[in-house]
Design a protein around this ligand. Structure first.
Ligand SMILES: [Zn+2]
Length: 279
């Protein structure tokens, strides 16, 4: 299948064999495993901030969904051992508290991290990843047993390189689509560069081994190549940002205070529960 025709990475052929139900269930399990360890009270104040940022992004993220598609967006800070974020197939974004509680990261920085994870969900990357990891990869591994010598080595090297190749293209898609959503929601896409520079030392410090592996063995794209592709995409993102600025100044004229108040109340009510479905 291929995902919707809009936005960065659109139209790429995707190899998806697991059902959405499978990814939903798997997402719930991962969530329980990870968030179960954290103390919800400790993160209450942070969650409110994350919920507000995600709520700003949701209407623009949903422009990229198919007409009949519905995502139950949710966000949670998580007591991770290493700096990390995760997009679960069930619509949940998990953000390590090393990010959400880092005083050097502004709301604009966190919003871009969230937009990147939302882009993974829009593009069904968790589903694609599980298809590869649990269905395709074992088949290739088994077939390498049936062959011998060089063929066998080539087959197993191939599956690693393919797996990493998939992750790199998924990461690139999430970076660019995330930037589009971010710009449309009224955040300045120029922030992407400074965020990369802030995150790189944090990542290298928390992942000393992974960050020293040769490029083709790293499951994360290098910061250099991420910066390069984000830079290339700046002009497009800036024009989306400018369009948003024009629209929002038009909104100032007929701003509906009553409706705004209602939405704010609704968000506050949702945020007062420990774990929130935003829709
Ligand atoms: Zn990612």
């Amino acid at each position: 299948m291929s995902t919707t025709s809009m936005g960065a990475g659109a139209g790429r052929k995707q190899f998806i064999l697991v059902t959405e139900h499978y990814v939903d269930e798997r997402g719930d399990k991962v969530f329980q495993k990870l968030a179960g360890q954290s103390d919800p009270h400790q993160y209450e104040a942070q969650d409110q901030r994350l919920v507000e940022l995600m709520n700003r992004l949701i209407p623009y993220a949903e422009e990229y969904l198919d007409a009949d598609e519905r995502v139950h967006w949710a966000i949670h800070a998580w007591d991770a051992k290493r700096i990390n974020t995760q997009a679960l197939g069930n619509g949940t974004v998990l953000i390590a508290d090393q990010y959400s509680q880092n005083p050097d990261l502004s709301d604009d920085d966190l919003a871009l991290i969230i937009a990147h994870e939302m882009a993974h969900i829009i593009r069904h990357h968790p589903q694609e990843y599980y298809s590869w990891k649990y269905l395709i990869s074992p088949v290739l591994f088994a077939s390498s047993f049936l062959t011998s010598g060089a063929v066998s080595i080539a087959a197993s090297a191939g599956q690693d390189v393919y797996g990493i190749g998939f992750k790199h293209s998924a990461e690139k898609e999430a970076d660019l689509l995330g930037l589009e959503i971010y710009a449309k929601a009224g955040f300045d896409p120029a922030n992407a560069m400074s965020l990369m520079r802030k995150i790189q030392p944090l990542y290298t410090q928390d992942h000393p081994v992974a960050s020293k592996l040769p490029k083709w063995l790293q499951s994360q794209r290098s910061f250099k190549s991420r910066e390069k592709s984000l830079k290339k995409y700046q002009a497009k993102a800036q024009s989306l940002y400018a369009q948003h600025q024009q629209k929002s100044s038009a909104h100032l004229i007929d701003w509906d205070f009553k409706q705004h108040e209602q939405i704010t109340q609704q968000h506050l009510a949702e945020a007062s529960h420990g774990f929130k479905y935003l829709h």
